[in-house]
Design a protein around this ligand. Structure first.
Ligand code: DX5
Ligand code: ZN
Length: 237
């Protein structure tokens, strides 16, 4: 792994939304061979966001094709109602939107009760003041760097400030993966994910601000050498 200057390891999750939907299993295998840390799967409902994408059966097909961690980002209203079917279809982590439900805490609890990791996503326009409360309640926060709904959009640099504030809040409160730690105990950093418009120029800005999990769709799938492109993003500093 390229280390760069990042204070912690950077994970790269290609978004299969930019892949060939006629060959999802092959795409999943290709991402595994290219050294992806996980596959990001976007599920949309046409209401919370103005687009439709994959559903549970396509997720199950990806599950059968790879042993990679499946990071499922659901952009749907009433996320609670879909947890069970997504777990059965092979999700390893389910990240739902803060703005999509009034039952954020119950939804996190149910995902965890199913034995899976729970992520909480925030749209770019949602105030940072909504974030700190959840930092020690879930396994990852996703700070969207585009308006959710489509791949291939332009990165929104104003979100970097939120990433910085989130990382600073984690550091101040000792929040790491797996909870709050005692000083001196080494644990991996709390997962702060960015998603949307991540490429060779924007990835270093996100890492510098404190993100450690980078999702990238359009950029990675347009590179002639996926392995090299993933390594390049991972070395961002
Ligand atoms: C957008 C999705 C993203 C999308 C990112 O709503 O959540 O995961 O695939 O794609 P790029 O990297 O093309 O912006
Ligand atoms: Zn996504």
């Amino acid at each position: 792994m390229m280390s760069g200057m990042a204070p912690f390891p950077i994970q790269i999750y290609p978004s299969i939304l930019s892949g060939d939907f006629g060959r999802l299993a092959d795409e999943a295998k290709r991402l595994e061979l290219a050294g992806a840390d996980a596959i990001h799967v976007d599920i949309m409902d046409g209401h919370f966001v103005p687009n439709l994408t994959l559903g549970p059966r396509a997720l199950a097909a990806i599950r059968r094709a790879t042993r990679l961690f499946l990071d499922v980002h659901i952009m749907i209203y009433n996320p609670f109602d879909f947890i069970e079917v997504l777990v059965q279809s092979g999700a390893d982590r389910i990240t739902f939107h803060f703005e999509a439900t009034e039952d954020v805490e119950d939804t996190i609890a149910f995902i965890r009760k199913c034995g899976k990791k729970a992520g909480l996503a925030f749209r770019p326009e949602t105030s940072f003041s909504m974030v700190p409360k959840y930092l020690d309640q879930c396994d990852l926060i996703l700070l969207m760097t585009v308006s959710p709904g489509f791949g291939g959009q332009q990165f929104m640099p104003e979100v970097l400030e939120k990433v910085k504030l989130a990382r600073t809040a984690c550091e101040k409160r000792g929040i790491h993966q797996g909870g709050i730690i005692k000083p001196g105990v080494a644990l991996p950093p709390f997962d702060i994910q960015v998603d949307g418009g991540i490429n060779a120029e924007t990835a270093p800005l996100c890492v510098k601000a404190g993100a450690n999990v980078l999702v990238s769709g359009d950029y990675l799938f347009r590179q002639p050498d996926m392995k090299k492109a993933i390594e390049g993003l991972r070395g961002s500093s």
